[in-house]
Design a protein around this ligand. Structure first.
Ligand code: ADP
Ligand code: MG
Length: 257
């Protein structure tokens, strides 16, 4: 065999909620430096799988390896520090902060360092060099995502689509080796969606790894080099878009929805 380039290895995840089996043996691998799609009908277990990988939820059994290390059962902070980040929904306290503050607090709060109290430049005289660097990076990221004009708005006042962009931009502030994106384009207009997927592809080309849950099949088939198919808490198969599209089992899974 060749060199093992699998960055993420998920093995036989099981998870029940009460008497209901959400995951019944989810198993897949994600190769380093790829944009990999994770698809499946509603209720297939995609979000539950992401929550377990990200450490927000504990599996009943199964194992997760990231970069050759067993991260099963570790905390979200620990996993993020290792370079694996799941986009997270904004909690109430973040909604009461401005967009730029949200961006700047991401690298510190997720890495377990002390949170910066007031970080909007101009409000404090002793802005450290590190904070200046973070500010610059945050601003660049906001420009990249076309939300720089909203920098001083309260995050809670953003539209659904704008909030999605902020969540993605925030996660990228951490410069993670791998990002788990759960329907990142929901509510985002098609023009911006196209721009975003192109940005993601560029980041992928520079070596970052993405696992993307997305309902738009054209988007998955046009941009992902590997596709993992889930159905009813199980992984059906992994393959190239062409392989997956021609599989009878995949067609059945979707028609049976
Ligand atoms: P997907 O993201 O693919 O639509 P989910 O992972 O959200 O699927 O859900 C998988 C299954 O687990 C569904 O049947 C869902 O109802 C169930 N489920 C998910 N989270 C919970 C929860 N917190 N409590 C109870 N059932 C849950
Ligand atoms: Mg989901």
């Amino acid at each position: 065999g060749g060199v093992d380039t699998q960055l993420l290895e998920v093995e036989s995840l099981h998870k029940s909620f009460g008497g209901i089996t959400a995951l019944g043996g989810v198993t897949f691998e994600v190769e380093s430096g790829t944009l990999t799609g994770l698809i499946g009908p509603n209720g297939a277990g995609k979000s539950t799988t992401f929550s377990i990988i990200g450490g927000m939820l504990q599996a009943d059994s199964g194992a997760i390896q990231f970069g050759g290390e067993d991260i099963t059962g570790e905390s979200p902070d620990y996993i993020a520090r290792k370079g694996l980040v799941r986009t997270f929904q904004m909690s109430r306290e973040f909604q009461n902060m401005t967009v730029i503050e949200n961006m700047m607090i991401a690298p510190t709060s997720q890495r377990g360092e002390s949170a910066i109290q007031s970080i909007t430049p101009g409000l404090r005289e002793d802005v450290s060099e590190q904070e200046e660097d973070i500010f610059e990076k945050a601003w660049e990221m906001l420009e990249l995502f076309d939300i720089d004009h909203l920098a001083l708005e309260n995050a809670g006042a953003l539209s659904g689509g704008q909030r999605k962009l902020l969540e993605l931009a925030r996660a990228l502030m951490l410069e993670p080796e791998m990002l788990l994106l759960d329907e990142p384009f929901a509510g985002v207009n098609p023009t911006l969606e196209k721009k975003l997927i192109n940005r993601i592809e560029r980041l992928r080309d520079k070596g970052q790894t993405f696992l993307l849950v997305e309902h738009d099949m054209d988007m998955i088939m046009d941009h992902c080099e590997q596709v993992i198919v889930m159905h009813q808490g199980d992984t059906l198969l992994t393959g190239t878009p062409e392989e997956v599209q021609s599989e009878e089992r995949v067609i059945e899974a979707y028609l049976g929805e």
